[in-house]
Design a protein around this ligand. Sequence first.
Ligand SMILES: *Cc1c(COP(=O)(O)O)cnc(C)c1O
Length: 406
Amino acid sequence: MQRFETARDAALTLRPDESVYCFRPEVLKADARRFMELFPGKTAYAVKTNGEKIVLKTLAEAGVNAFDVASPAEFSAVRAVAPDAEMLYMHPVKAQSDIRLALEGYGIRSIAADHEDEVTKLVRVVRALDIDPGTITVFVRIQTKGHAAYELSKKFGAGPANAVELLQRLHRNGYRVGICFHVGSQIEDPIVYERALASADWVRGRAGVPLAALDIGGGFPADYGHDPRRKPREMPSLEQIMARLRADITEWGFEATPLVAEPGRVIVARAFSLIVRVLLRKGRRLYINDGIWASLSDSWTGKITLPARFIPDPAIRHRNGNPQNIVPFRVCGATCDSVDILSRPFWLPETVDTGDWIEIGHIGAYSMALRTRFNGFYPDTFVEVATPFDAGAAPEGLASLETMAD
Ligand SMILES: *Cc1c(COP(=O)(O)O)cnc(C)c1O
């Protein structure tokens, strides 16, 4: 991978027409270590957030030795770079053949379920393989309620009474049991963890079985940008969220229970930025070489404000307008799909023109993981960049929260 001091250096050297991912391994390591220092339990990185080989490898180097995986492709991606790492198979709904592969092929011994038929599948495989159920921890996923940029609890999780039955059945069958939840992504208020802990406490009390572990899932927010023309949204820092979480863990009597967390976004968001090129400026519209079907779907669906930095092409000798004047541009993606327009404008100097580049910061989470080959555009160029996005010149632009009239 080519290395550069800054994304600007990369853009001006490579003059890329395809979008380029700028990877910052030191930022990734620092953010992973920060989480591990703050969380009083096992940190299992959620592979789905960004399963690139360089990411998994760098995390393993940083000391991450547990991974939350959901599919055979994720098992093998982790095994390839971190052969000794523990994997937790936390997808609540699994193919029976995948359960078998997890147990037999990868030695996975932590697994989630939220329905009795899922438990039946597991029990069948465990019997067929003649594994001692006492070596397996089954996490019963419970429903949670709350506000996140993404709500996932609508899809997964057993209701409290049902969770109690599942725990008792698993315990009777000789399994070690745990409780898990996942409150959604980009959590803004730590109260959602407290509510989930309260439910977990209720379920534990009713089930009356020894709890081997509690897995509090992911959802921890990453730092993004905010629109300077608006009041910044009150976002607690990770330190504040963790302080509150530790207090709630004690309050609800889980301080002696082995804990697991499955952070994704908070660990990997800052580790990448994206260089995109302006293929065409048409008035206040910019057509760029990336978009919602490539690296930018998360900012679109998650209503996330990304910081952006203008990289003017020095080959453009004549520009119109005043570079100090920051104005909104509607940003259209690379594909021919008419929905491929970012939901919010980018605020950039009014001098931006066809051929310039824009560096979009903090795109490590749910960007390359969600890219598609739609229309034949598939960004896959990576460079390593030494300077953290936030340490460079202040980003003069941002993909704003404000919606813009056409
Ligand atoms: C997606 C997911 C995560 C990671 O969520 P983040 O918000 O990125 O931290 C963790 N656990 C489960 C079960 C998930 O589905």
